[in-house]
Design a protein. Sequence first.
Length: 97
Amino acid sequence: MATFVVLGCFTDQGIRNAKETTKRADAFRELAKKVGVTVRDVYWTLGQFDIVAICEAPDDQTASALAFSIGALGNVRTQTLRAFAQAEMGSILGKMA
């Protein structure tokens, strides 16, 4: 499974309904499960991003499907980053010319 960091910013709709954010996180976990993604952690943050989620998905396409599904609900805008563990990085570096 590949690891992804999902960065989220509340939309106007999302911030108006901020009191529902923990319930939306539960719904996010359920939606993720339906598309084949495991949500490891969700954090609410200060600064440029309001929410950070650590997820595992079988591939980029599945992670993208989750991001599109969440975006379509209108509460957050996301940026998704593929993350590599140290062992994966070692393999990548071993392929360098």
